[in-house]
Design a protein around this ligand. Sequence first.
Ligand SMILES: Cc1cn([C@H]2C[C@H](O)[C@@H](COP(=O)(O)OP(=O)(O)OP(=O)(O)O)O2)c(=O)[nH]c1=O
Length: 207
Amino acid sequence: MTLAPQRLYLASRSPRRRELLTQIGVHFDTLLFRAGARADGEVDETPLPGEDPVTYVQRVARAKAEHGRRILVWRKLQPQVVLSADTTVEVDGQILGKPVDGDDAARTLRLLSGRAHRVLTAVVVATPAGQIEAALSESRVRFRELSDAEIRRYVASGEPLDKAGSYGIQGRAALFVAHMEGSYTGIMGLPLFETGALLRKIGFDGL
Ligand SMILES: Cc1cn([C@H]2C[C@H](O)[C@@H](COP(=O)(O)OP(=O)(O)OP(=O)(O)O)O2)c(=O)[nH]c1=O
């Protein structure tokens, strides 16, 4: 008799995270948070005053996993491993999350133009027994100089709007990235190497 591979719950509404998890052959169901506010114990993604970016990204990723576990209980779903992540961009100690609108995206892109920034992604796995493990992926990305016209066109494409730092390396912003070091999948929102290591650590047998 062959046993079905173990599944997990991905606590995320990010299409990139779904794609990336599919890439490594993990079987999962998506725990869809409501768009916009995460009602019912929502995860507040506002940085705390003076919070440094590493602490921030780890706190939010963990809060998403904990929220995911609560959803399992509320919906009376079968206990399973919950996986969550959070991505943020940092420049000069400033946390750059998703833009609030097109003007905000254009401002962020002007700030990133012609220089390097950091992309941090924290991943968290939580087991039904309450074990919680976390990993951090840190990458450095350097943009070439961007012209105002280019920034305008990019913002008009709509691509920046749901992305930390107002860009997607996997999309048109590939044209901006002069250099990167770290984890390409981490920049996209789910560092696969670190995710695999976490899943092995908790004994997940669906890899
Ligand atoms: C820098 C960068 C970010 N991003 C995305 C990844 C994340 O989806 C998003 C950062 O927002 P997050 O708050 O990390 O995630 P999310 O709100 O999209 O999804 P979740 O439901 O899991 O909270 O930015 C890219 O897709 N490409 C990039 O190059």
